[in-house]
Design a binder for this molecule. Structure first.
Ligand code: 3PG
Ligand code: MG
Length: 396
């Protein structure tokens, strides 16, 4: 169902409240990746250019609700946003009772999760947020799977609720990859556990042509095929499910298994990497990456793909000696003419590390939201916007 697009709304002189996902990774108070902030900038810039008084809101981390804590303050984000927008974007600590702002100005409202009732989508809190604005813009794709006051509640009560260009762009790119994809459609799903990605693996197995698994997920598939995985991370309770998924019945994706892997005797930055055939892993070894032969074979699959969906690295790429598999695949995606879409925090970090950002067709700002969309779930914050749009149409 269609939603109202911010670009179709007259924002001149209006008080516009924009929900972004500025939940960026921080280390010792420093932003380690500003990609979510950079993705939000065009929306904020467009609202300012249209003559709006702009209030931006976001969460950061998972603070205890109702307890403002300095480590979860959006202060570093406000500074970065000011630099990127080249205007002063003050951080407003106390905002739920009202915000003093003029057209052409922007401010950032302090972490929405400092307010009691945010996560429970409290009606009273949602109404108070809605009272701040004339127009609410939902642009936080990365948080669109959360039913919270700042994502869903406020959209119910704001005088007008619409989708921002970042949210619309994400939904369009994902629809392009999933609804009528150019085939072969290849998905790469890495990560540590089959159990946490079970629904997405199941959903992808039904629609993609090849499903490349990596990381601890691959270890479970390797063990399910009867190979020794030594001390590797894998899930005994998922072996039957892995066998079922790999079963390759009609209509099911092919799940190619590694033929070689990179192992070590310990999980550490200085561990020595050794390449082994998949049949030769010793019982005191850990599988930490796919091997070179496997990486080449997967790269060939990617090279001939029409569409590639990528979520999760295939090895422990944080340590260079176990990053080769992820690097080869990242470069293959970059070199391929396939429409490629990537999402998830670790995937973005790998894209940064291997410098392939410009050659991926679409980089999603979503992690959990990206996976839920791929699973075929309706994102709740989008559903609210659709309902609001439907009632506007009825009133016309
Ligand atoms: C994310 O990083 O996945 C989103 O910002 C949502 O954050 P959350 O998982 O804490 O709700
Ligand atoms: Mg998360």
């Amino acid at each position: 169902m269609p939603v109202i697009d911010m670009r179709d709304v007259d924002l001149a002189g209006k008080r516009v409240l924009i929900r972004e996902d500025l939940n960026v990774p921080l280390a010792a108070g420093q932003i380690t990746s500003d990609s979510r902030i950079r993705s939000a900038v065009p929306t904020i810039r467009a609202a300012l250019d249209a003559g709006a008084a702009v209030m931006v809101m976001s969460h950061l981390g998972r603070p205890e609700e109702g307890q403002p804590a300095a480590e979860f303050s959006l202060a570093p984000v406000a500074s970065r946003l000011s630099e990127l927008l080249r205007i002063d974007v003050p951080l407003v600590a106390d905002w739920i009772g009202g915000v003093d702002i003029e057209p052409g100005q922007a401010c950032l409202l302090e972490n929405v999760r400092f307010l009691a009732g945010e996560k429970a989508c409290d009606e009273g809190l949602s109404q108070r947020m809605a009272a701040l604005c004339d127009v609410f813009v939902m642009d936080a794709f990365g948080t669109a799977h959360r039913v919270q006051a700042s994502t869903c509640g406020v959209a119910k009560y704001a005088p007008l609720a619409c989708a921002g260009p970042l949210l619309s762009g994400e939904l369009e790119a994902l629809a392009k990859a999933l609804d009528d994809p150019r085939r072969p459609l290849v998905a790469i799903v890495g990560g540590s556990k089959v159990s946490t990605k079970l629904t997405v693996l199941g959903a992808l197995a039904e629609v993609v042509d090849q499903l490349i698994v990596g990381g601890g997920i691959a270890n479970t598939f390797i063990a399910a095929a009867g190979h020794e995985v030594g001390k590797s991370l894998y899930e005994v309770e998922m072996l039957d499910i892995a066998r079922e998924l790999a079963g390759n019945d009609t209509g099911r994706a092919e799940i190619p298994l590694p033929v070689d892997v990179v192992v070590a005797s310990a999980f550490s930055a200085d561990a020595v990497a050794t390449t082994r055939a998949i049949t030769d892993v010793a019982d005191d070894e850990l599988i930490l990456d796919i091997g070179p032969q496997t990486a080449r074979c997967f790269a060939d699959i990617i090279e001939t793909a029409g569409t590639v969906i990528w979520n999760g690295p295939v090895g422990v790429f944080e340590f260079d000696q176990f990053g080769e598999g992820t690097k080869v695949l990242a470069e293959a995606i970059a070199a391929s003419s396939a429409f490629s879409i990537a999402g998830g925090g670790d995937t973005l970090a790998a894209i940064d590390k291997y410098g392939v950002e410009d050659d991926i067709s679409y980089i999603s700002t979503g992690g959990g939201a990206f996976l839920e969309f791929v699973e075929g779930k309706k994102l709740p914050a989008v559903a609210v916007l659709e309902n609001r749009a439907a009632s506007v149409r009825e009133a016309l």
